[in-house]
Design a protein around this ligand. Structure first.
Ligand code: PMP
Length: 474
């Protein structure tokens, strides 16, 4: 044994956890024998550590019910930061849906995943991007930082890719760590706690979580198959002045609807009339299955009111963490200043992507994957069609990644989601796309993440569960 007996290690670790608040007051400590097995030490070692902590007054045993963390002794002995009740004023409470979804594969590693919104593993391997990552790693400049606004050559490629007459110079573009960061920066620049933001409802849960966490008031506007209801929007604007209108006009997440050309014109003229910026989140534009899509709002924007947001998370894969914002120069300059505060720029990925775009590899990749996605959507629909007899309803999407499905009356969607997780298939409950958890009839299924065989397997499980649920809810 060294100079410090082994029990001091156990004692120090527990003491740190208690003082730092990792083990809050009132927490039950594991029984001696169990902790000894967990730590691979003898029971005597644990007994000794517990005895020391008891002597210090940090823990106490209750007869027959184990040992608990005690309220802290008076300050004379020591003082500590109370992490539980710090003034975290910047962060307001909101449902943690992002974490709930992102951690599904940690909790259920073998799940058949209809919950995540991405193009599936093959987008890494079949896109050819890995080759460009290797090339980028061999280029010494990728070792260094680049401009916080993003690698200039990547911004040049993006201008060509977008093809919008309004965006012609790299100073109108800022690269971000995914569009989630883009939306965070935009919101931080344009609004502060208590301000109003308008958005479609339901909408992408990441935007809702962001606006709620920053203390914004969200004004919901319903949507139908032609996108946001502009008549309702006009009524709202007669009464309130939002800081901006956030919209996913093309293959909306989760409903799949696309704002019609007529409504695009109306939305722009409303923005012009009231001087309200539009934040256009265009993540799914290039992921259409059949028809071409209407022009982006940014493409039709005469006065520079539209802030355009896009990402490679859907066209390639989300782990790349590259998105971009295209807007007027003064706005992009402010964004770059804000971004400078965190230097959240991954240079290597930007070099790899610039080289991928330089090779003209994105278009053929998208042609290939969208052909594949069309087959996946067909297959999922083949499983969904017979379920109409149970009372399910949906519209086949023209693009994007999702089926938005209403379930028969009486089904408890949250508990259905849990049952599905446990049976080996993950789905998303529609309430994640609303302002608060509520009983509502929708689920969202992503058809692009899993291959055809997995879609067959997952949909068979789902069909079995839905048929059973329908029986019990009769
Ligand atoms: N916007 C929309 C509409 C989305 O669906 C998503 C991802 N689900 C994002 C933004 C966030 O994408 P990123 O990975 O680029 O942050």
């Amino acid at each position: 044994m060294g100079r410090n007996p082994i029990y001091t290690k156990v004692y120090n670790e527990l003491r740190y956890k208690i003082l730092s608040g990792d083990l809050p007051i009132g927490s039950l400590l594991p029984p001696e024998r169990k902790l000894a097995v967990q730590l691979g030490v003898s029971r005597n070692t644990v007994v000794r550590a517990y005895t020391e902590l008891e002597a210090e007054g940090l823990i106490a045993g209750k007869m027959g019910s184990g040992r608990y963390v005690e309220p802290l002794p008076p300050l004379t002995a020591f003082s500590r930061v109370d992490w539980g009740s710090q003034r975290y004023e910047y962060l307001h409470s909101s449902p943690s849906h992002m974490e709930e979804l992102l951690s599904i594969t940690d909790r259920y590693p073998d799940t058949i995943n209809f919950a995540h919104g991405d193009g599936g593993r093959h987008t890494i391997f079949e896109s050819g991007l890995i080759e460009h990552v290797k090339r980028a790693a061999e280029r010494s400049p990728s070792y260094f930082f680049t401009s916080v606004q993003g690698l200039p050559e990547l911004r040049e490629h993006l201008i060509k890719w977008m093809g919008f007459a309004q965006i012609s110079s790299p100073d109108q573009v800022c690269i971000t760590s995914g569009s989630q960061e883009g939306l965070y920066l935009i919101t931080t620049l344009l609004a502060r706690q208590g301000d109003c933001i308008i958005t479609e409802m339901p909408t992408y849960f990441g935007s809702l979580q962001l606006f709620q966490s920053l203390g914004m008031q969200i004004i919901p506007v319903p949507l139908d198959r032609d996108g946001m209801r502009i008549d309702v929007l006009e009524g709202i604007l007669a009464r309130s002045r939002p800081r901006f209108i956030y919209t996913v006009p093309t293959f909306h997440n989760p409903t799949g609807s696309t704002l019609s050309l007529v409504r695009r014109k109306q939305l722009l003229s409303i923005s012009e009339k009231y001087g309200i910026p539009i934040v256009e989140d265009d993540a799914y534009r290039h992921l259409h299955l059949e028809k071409e899509v209407p022009p982006a709002l940014k493409e039709m924007d005469i006065y520079g009111n539209v802030i355009y947001l896009n990402t490679f998370s859907k066209m390639l894969f989300p782990g790349l963490r590259i998105g971009w914002v295209a807007a007027s120069r003064p706005f992009i300059q402010r964004m770059a200043r804000l971004r400078e505060l965190t230097i959240s720029t991954s240079t290597l990925n930007q070099f790899a992507l610039a080289s991928f775009l330089q090779d003209g590899a994105l278009r053929p990749h998208l042609d290939r994957v969208t052909r594949q996605y069309a087959k996946q959507a067909e297959r999922m629909e083949a499983h969904l069609r017979p379920l109409r007899a149970l009372g399910l309803d949906y519209e086949k999407p023209d693009g994007g990644f999702y089926f938005w499905i209403s379930l028969p009356e009486g089904m408890k969607v949250r508990s259905l989601m849990q049952i599905c997780h446990e049976a080996g298939v993950s789905i998303t409950s529609g309430d994640m796309f609303l302002l608060r958890e509520a009983e509502q009839p929708y689920i969202r299924l992503c058809y692009t993440h899993e291959n055809i065989d997995q879609i067959d397997a997952g949909m068979s499980i789902l069909t079995r569960i839905l048929s059973h649920q329908k029986e019990v809810s009769r």
